[in-house]
Ligand binder design. Structure first.
Ligand code: ZN
Length: 187
């Protein structure tokens, strides 16, 4: 398999980007100032693209769409029709139940981590790396305690995702330790 992206693959990737941007219209990433929400899935897809030794357009398209079912009015049938069943299955796997409170959702992410497909595991881990980067980059207005609680959750989840991808796990652990040290150091 060659590593060049074909015209058709680029078209579907850009179609997913446009779809996600449209669905997330008006949304901003919580506490990241006025940063449009779409920057988040773009960063998750970008991280996965940069660490993947092999081209995987299905993974990258699913990464762009990973929050549309959870956070927008996008419907599963539309995703399936436009991007295929494989993409929909992955997006569904990483979609939390919106009716549950935050702590319960996080607990479920930890409990279900081991049952996810390899692609869904990669998206979960890349998602947490990008969220940690946001915590370290933006003022957020979070208390030290809240930041540490998030890092604790991310650490537990990453432990359940062990074996997902060496490179991704190395990045996670390096940045997680640095974040914990930086935030604890300020105590
Ligand atoms: Zn996300």
């Amino acid at each position: 398999m060659n590593e060049y992206v074909t015209r058709q693959e680029l078209d579907i990737f850009l179609k997913a980007l446009a779809f996600a941007a449209e669905m997330h219209t008006g949304q901003v990433k919580k506490s990241c100032g006025k940063l449009p929400y779409i920057n988040h899935p773009i960063k998750v897809a970008g991280l996965l693209s940069s660490i993947s030794p092999k081209k995987d357009i299905t993974l990258l398209v699913a990464a762009l769409l990973h929050d549309v079912l959870e956070k927008t009015a996008a419907d599963p049938a539309g995703i399936k029709a436009a991007f295929g069943k494989d993409v929909l299955v992955i997006v569904r796997e990483v979609t939390d139940d919106r009716s549950l409170p935050d702590t319960e959702r996080k607990q479920r992410q930890i409990e279900s981590a081991g049952r996810l497909s390899p692609a869904a595991k990669k998206i979960r881990l890349a998602d947490k790396i990008c969220n940690m980067r946001d915590i370290m980059t933006y003022p957020l207005g979070w208390s030290r305690q809240r930041k540490l609680a998030y890092l604790e959750f991310a650490g537990k989840l990453a432990a359940e995702l062990r074996g997902t991808d060496k490179m991704l796990e190395r990045i996670f652990h390096r940045e997680h330790s640095a974040a914990v040290r930086a935030i604890r150091g300020g105590e």
